[in-house]
Write a protein that binds this ligand. Structure first.
Ligand code: EPZ
Length: 429
């Protein structure tokens, strides 16, 4: 398996173009199941996760064609007919978001059999809210041998869906199913993440009638069919935030382009409080730190527009070099501190109690062998490696490849000493 080696100490100088958002792209790809006409997605990130979902969609009947258009990579998806409404365990287990094909399959064909995803390294991550939403829309749900069997032979019916907690995936899933339901659906306590707006914009371009996305109440007037469309995937706000933190950690000046600073305002506020200079511009933002000390600040993750849980590990890496003690509270997932022991291998001083980590800043980190069990944790180790003395070797790089497009190339272009070491295909853990 590939590894990434980083020799710390180089300041970053240059420009990083941000790719399309992974977590939006995979839901937009699932939307292609809702129509027999082609859906063209531009600004598509080329990642292990998007490739993986493409493979699952092909099994369900979607033709998937990748190309490079005027504005970069694009993917054309066309599902003339659903040839199989089954998403097996081995595929859903490997990528949880595959579960989101359930709603579109039931909406289009009246039935589906999709494996339950199971837990993952950051928490139990149940799908009860996804299933409740589909039940509210009139689907009959049966659980049997680890599979969800969903049936709605006479189609889905518009409904009132009131989520007890905010869930990104369940809100998206409800939207993906309700657009073809008969009548009106109202989703309350909906997630407000920018990905909701991106999905609603794409569905509306396909002929759906979705209003209120980006607020906590989403109203959907069901339509009997959707048509083809072209939609540009929104910029990846987590990739944006990750490189912003990387620039702050390594020092120097990096301009992040093809993105939006307002998507990461909570992070920018905390970086500014910590003493990093952040300047928004109309194509993104510039992050600058020239030798100034970092101040320890407190953060608490929350739903949008709060501090994104997907940026918590990266910010913790930054705080490991700050002056003083930083308190980091994780409120979204119950087990999202798996990066702590690995950051500690680099010399960070962190203690965890329940959902709270206390980071006592140290003057410097030292390179070591590390690995992580999820995508954002892995990238926090890369970021820490940029500032650590000597060499940091990040193992299990497949996590990074799931969500960061050309990571070594993008950081390398700004002067980072980073290289990929090709593995022999063997998992060395
Ligand atoms: C999405 O996960 C993202 N994944 C996550 O990014 C992100 O961390 C998360 O939203 C929060 O922003 C994708 O978009 C593919 P949730 P999702 O449903 O939809 C609980 C990454 O690294 N819950 O908002 O699964 C759940 O356990 C990933 O890119 C239920 O209890 O997150 C969690 O505690 C990691 N029942 C909370 O809600 C349910 O049915 C929020 O989860 C669903 C969720």
């Amino acid at each position: 398996m590939d590894r990434i080696a980083i020799t710390g100490g180089a300041r970053l100088q240059g420009e990083i173009p941000i790719s399309g958002a992974k977590n939006s792209a995979i839901k937009l790809m699932a939307a292609s199941l809702l129509t027999e006409e082609p859906l063209r997605l531009t600004n598509m990130p080329r990642l292990a996760d998007t490739r993986f979902l493409g493979k699952l969609l092909q099994r369900l009947g979607t033709e998937v064609t990748e190309s490079v258009g005027e504005d970069g990579p694009e993917t054309l998806l066309r599902t003339r007919e659903i040839v199989s409404a089954i998403a097996p365990y081995d595929l859903v287990r490997q990528m949880r978001a595959s579960f989101n094909v359930l709603g579109p399959l039931v909406a289009r064909t009246g039935q589906a059999k999709v494996s339950l995803p199971g837990g993952c390294s950051i928490g139990a991550r149940p799908v009860d809210l996804h299933l409740k939403a589909l039940e509210a829309l009139g689907a009959r749900i049966d659980l049997h041998e680890g599979y969800v069997y969903a049936q709605a032979p006479r189609g889905l019916q518009g409904a009132q869906i009131d989520f007890p907690i905010v869930s990104v995936g369940a809100t998206e899933h409800a939207m993906l199913a309700a657009v073809l339901a008969n009548g009106e659906t109202t989703i309350t306590n909906a997630a407000c993440e920018p990905e909701m707006v991106d999905l609603a914009d794409c569905l509306n371009a396909m002929g759906a009638k979705v209003g209120g996305a980006g607020t906590s109440t989403i109203r959907i007037q069901g339509v009997s069919r959707l048509h083809g469309a072209t939609h540009a995937v929104m910029p990846d706000r987590i990739e944006t935030g990750t490189y912003a933190v990387a620039a702050a950690m390594a020092g120097g000046e990096v301009r992040l382009t093809r993105t939006r600073s307002d998507f990461i305002q909570a992070l920018i506020d905390k970086m500014t409080e910590a003493g990093v200079e952040v300047t928004p511009h109309n194509d993104g933002l510039t992050v600058r730190r020239n030798g100034s000390l970092l101040k320890a600040v407190e953060i608490e993750t929350g739903v949008y527009p709060g501090f994104a849980t997907d940026l918590q590990a990266q910010f913790m890496a930054l705080m490991s070099l700050a002056e003083g003690e930083s308190v980091i509270k994780e409120t979204i997932f119950e087990n999202r501190f798996m990066h702590v022991p690995e950051l500690s291998r680099l010399g960070a001083q962190i203690t965890v109690q329940g959902g709270e980590a206390r980071v006592q800043g140290v003057p410097s980190l030292e390179g070591a062998q590390v690995m992580a069990t999820d995508l954002r944790a892995s990238v926090s180790l890369v970021i820490a490696g940029l500032a650590a003395r000597g060499e940091t070797m990040v193992n299990r790089v497949y996590h990074l490849d799931r969500g960061f497009e050309r990571l070594e190339e993008k950081l390398g272009a700004c002067g980072a000493q980073i290289r990929r070491i090709k593995g022999d295909g063997e998992d060395e853990d």
